[in-house]
Design a binder for this molecule. Structure first.
Ligand code: ZN
Length: 90
């Protein structure tokens, strides 16, 4: 899990890389925008929040932690569920 500063630890980064290798993402997976195959793993977990309608306002509820993969060339980003990757408990 993340350290006290909110950053993924060296072990967390290894967990992500091991997971990617284990599921067999295609070597050289190309970015859908720029085509380059150079990705970086985000340093922190992010948590998109579910939104519940409460009449006048939208209210944030619980969310699910994700790890971010970003194209080094263009910034295109996709997210992996951190529980499935093994960084947090489901
Ligand atoms: Zn790209």
């Amino acid at each position: 899990m993340v350290d006290q500063s909110g950053k993924l630890t060296v072990q967390d980064m290894k967990t992500v890389q091991d997971w990617i290798a284990r599921i067999g993402l295609p070597a050289g997976l190309g970015c859908p925008l720029c085509g380059e195959s150079s990705w970086t793993v985000g340093e922190s977990l992010l948590q998109p929040l579910a939104v519940a309608a409460t009449g006048k306002k939208q209210r944030s509820t619980v969310g699910t932690a994700h790890v971010m993969m970003t194209s080094k060339k263009c910034g295109y980003t996709f997210f992996l569920n951190a529980a499935i990757v093994g960084l947090v408990r489901p």
